[in-house]
Design a protein around this ligand. Structure first.
Ligand SMILES: Cc1cc2nc3c(=O)[nH]c(=O)nc-3n(C[C@H](O)[C@H](O)[C@H](O)COP(=O)(O)OP(=O)(O)OC[C@H]3O[C@@H](n4cnc5c(N)ncnc54)[C@H](O)[C@@H]3O)c2cc1C
Length: 201
């Protein structure tokens, strides 16, 4: 069974932004060295339907599929980040020993899991999470999961992006939520507030 430090369910803006931040930290921060980050995605991100005209830092008129491909390539530039197309169907266990069952039949293990599967529904068995109406969604019938202030559903299990209660359906909000969860995990590893910055040379 392949083992990763963090498995991220969902490769939309939230999941990929979490992976990007963790991958960058792996190269720069001692407590993160050697850790691995794996994104599992079914390929249905809402971003694939969007044209982006008002996203901070992204040129107006950028097609959503291009923005998503650029973000994925940016995350995958870090050797600690990997990606596969598959569906997570079950998650069991807890902090330090999560077992992730894929639709393909393969099992993976992880110390930490980030759920970033969007707000259309939640079909992963075994997690025992409470799914509620998403109060920030522009249309009814969308779902969300409540977290604590660190983005945790419980020890080792986090929610990011539109799946996380309180995040609006905007690219920057979803991506920012993924970055915040990554920083919260980095902080847990380092024992102090942690960001991933570079200073201009
Ligand atoms: C038509 C449309 C237009 C939009 N226009 C804009 C815009 O102009 N500006 C803007 O800022 N935002 C826009 N948005 C919103 C933006 O696309 C979303 O806010 C953003 O994509 C949410 O990111 P996310 O990562 O939380 O979820 P998603 O992008 O939905 O990603 C979730 C991912 O999880 C995957 N997944 C689900 N279940 C599983 C599973 N069991 N195992 C593995 N993977 C799974 C899905 O396939 C998907 O890839 C638009 C959205 C739509 C639909």
């Amino acid at each position: 069974m392949k083992e990763y430090t963090v498995i991220i369910a969902g490769g939309g803006p939230a999941g990929l932004s979490a992976a990007l931040t963790l991958g960058a930290a792996e190269q720069k921060q001692e407590p993160v060295r050697g850790k691995t980050f794996h994104v599992v995605d079914t390929g249905n991100s809402d971003l694939l339907k969007a044209e982006l005209n008002y996203v901070p830092g992204i040129p107006a008129g950028t097609p959503g599929p291009k923005a998503l491909a650029d973000l994925r390539n940016q995350a995958l530039a870090f050797p600690s980040v990997s990606f596969r197309e598959d569906k997570i169907v079950e998650i069991t266990g807890g902090l330090g020993n999560f077992i992730i069952l894929l639709e393909s039949g393969e099992k993976l293990s992880a110390h930490i899991v980030i759920l970033a599967t969007g707000f259309h529904g939640f079909e992963i068995d075994g997690t025992n999470v409470h799914v509620a109406e998403n109060a920030k969604a522009p249309r009814p019938g969308k779902i969300a999961i409540q977290t604590d202030t660190e983005g945790r559903i419980r020890e080792g299990l986090y929610a990011a992006g539109l799946l996380s209660a309180g995040v609006s359906s905007m690219y920057a909000s979803a991506a920012g939520s993924g970055v915040q969860i990554a920083c919260n995990i980095l902080e847990a590893w380092s024992g102090k507030p942690t960001v991933v910055h570079d200073v201009m040379k």
